[in-house]
Design a protein around this ligand. Structure first.
Ligand SMILES: Cc1cc2nc3c(=O)[nH]c(=O)nc-3n(C[C@H](O)[C@H](O)[C@H](O)COP(=O)(O)OP(=O)(O)OC[C@H]3O[C@@H](n4cnc5c(N)ncnc54)[C@H](O)[C@@H]3O)c2cc1C
Length: 406
């Protein structure tokens, strides 16, 4: 195993959250403390560990003490397993799986599905085509149905509706949940509703007391209605599952899905200039701050990565970036899946603007700055050196892919 210290943001979050059932387990063991009269007290029994044969061992090399005083974020949190051996009913979720992985919107939906499933129901996730996700179990999936086949890949809403109809016939879910998103769920949900002849509840942000509440009137009003069978839910419709682990048992369709006579031909993705994407919609943002010393290199790196450029207020005020690129409280609030902050300290006004980003990568000289605390992955060092290394890595990766394709 490599010696690189990897952070576990989930374990850190549990350690901070006093209401979490596993909070106590994630605290560092306290071996000495200040007594009421100012004298340091030690607990000699707290030192050491229980060996494999049940005998207490003390490691005097110092390595264990060093590790024990730090909160061990690397400790694997073993969450209680939630099992539903014989589900009384199913709640079906069709995640967007942008990039082959569950998005935070998908996870919110799985949280909502568990609210509706209670103890007796099982959450059935229906996934199309190949995926790269390995965390279905901790995201709350009790049963996993993968509909494979090239007919489902790419933009194939008609074929996917056929697949969902086959799932509906076999499992008769009590509710269907789809993300009301632009990444596919919004359209698929509406097409599926039309195929079933159901009236879906759209832009739902809360399901409570047998009612679902959705946004209406250009987002200015709430519309409450009895819980619909088909729910197209908005982001943050529920808390994602965080306190249980699930079985994610694979299930299969007993029938084959009929091929639809497609009236749509998928001509593939269209190349878009990342600079032309509005900041609020960009999925991958490469942002520069006061720690960027070579702006030419910064632009070259953003281009090599195919990312949309962003900036801190200082970078904008100093004239290195346009005002419409400013991220933060007095700039744009962004929702990128990946946000790379180069030489940005993480002032509260900047962090407010990236609150909804999925993964944050920080490049900074100062390991103690707030951006590093917020980041999921940090690279400590001189920004120019790191950006050069990044360009070299991207080029090497592309060349290798070209060689493999040739
Ligand atoms: C009302 C109000 C609204 C504001 N709104 C916004 C807003 O919308 N957006 C916003 O961003 N700010 C906003 N600010 C400003 C904000 O408070 C900060 O001043 C600003 O975000 C700091 O920008 P910075 O992180 O780029 O610069 P700094 O705070 O100067 O940080 C530079 C960082 O770069 C690192 N660094 C330095 N040299 C290198 C190097 N060679 N390699 C790698 N790292 C290096 C440093 O360690 C430091 O962490 C607002 C402030 C106010 C008062």
């Amino acid at each position: 195993m490599s010696d690189i210290i990897r952070r576990d943001p989930r374990a850190e979050w549990i350690a901070r959250n006093r209401l979490h059932p596993l909070h106590a387990a994630m605290q560092p063991a306290q071996h000495s403390w200040m007594g009421p009269n100012g004298v340091i007290r030690k607990n000699p029994h707290g030192i050491g560990f229980i060996g494999p044969n049940g005998i207490k061992r003390i490691d005097r090399s110092g390595a264990q003490q060093g590790g024990a005083t730090k909160r061990s974020a690397a400790v694997e949190v073993q969450l209680p397993l939630h099992q539903v051996p014989a589900p009384a009913f199913y709640i079906s979720v069709v995640p967007d799986m942008v990039g082959g992985r569950l998005s935070s919107h998908d996870r919110d939906l799985l949280g909502l599905a568990h609210q509706l499933a209670g103890k007796d129901g099982a959450v059935l996730a229906v996934v199309f085509g190949e995926h790269k996700e390995s965390a279905f179990a901790t995201a709350g999936v009790d049963r996993l149905l993968v509909l494979e086949g090239e007919e489902f890949s790419g933009y194939a809403p008609e074929q996917r509706v056929q697949g969902l109809r086959a799932v509906d016939n076999q499992f008769s879910p009590r509710h269907w949940l789809l993300p009301d998103s632009r990444s596919g769920g919004g359209e698929l949900g509406r097409r599926f509703a039309a195929a079933l002849g159901e009236r879906p509840a759209t832009r739902v942000w809360q399901v409570k007391d047998q009612e679902c509440i959705g946004r209406a009137g250009a987002g200015l009003q709430d519309l409450a209605r009895p819980v619909a069978r088909l729910i197209l839910a908005a982001v943050e419709c529920a808390e994602p599952v965080s306190e249980t682990r699930h079985e994610a048992l694979p299930v299969e369709l007993s029938t084959t899905v009929a091929r639809s006579l497609s009236r749509i031909e998928d001509l593939g993705a269209v190349a878009v200039d990342p600079a032309a994407i509005p900041m609020a919609e960009a999925e991958f943002i490469f942002s520069g701050g006061n720690g960027v010393k070579d702006w030419g290199l910064f632009h070259r790196t953003a281009q090599a990565l195919g990312a949309t450029e962003g900036a801190s207020r200082v970078a904008v005020d100093d004239g290195f970036m346009a005002r419409d690129r400013q991220v933060g409280a007095s700039g744009t609030w962004v929702t990128a899946r990946v946000y790379v902050a180069v030489g940005i300290s993480g002032a509260i006004q900047h962090l407010q603007g990236i609150g909804a980003c999925d993964k944050v990568v920080a490049i900074n000289l100062d390991p103690g700055c707030d951006m590093i605390k917020r980041a999921d992955l940090s690279v400590i060092g001189e920004s120019a050196e790191i950006l050069q290394a990044l360009i070299a890595a991207v080029e090497a990766y592309r060349n290798e892919a070209k060689r493999d394709a040739a």
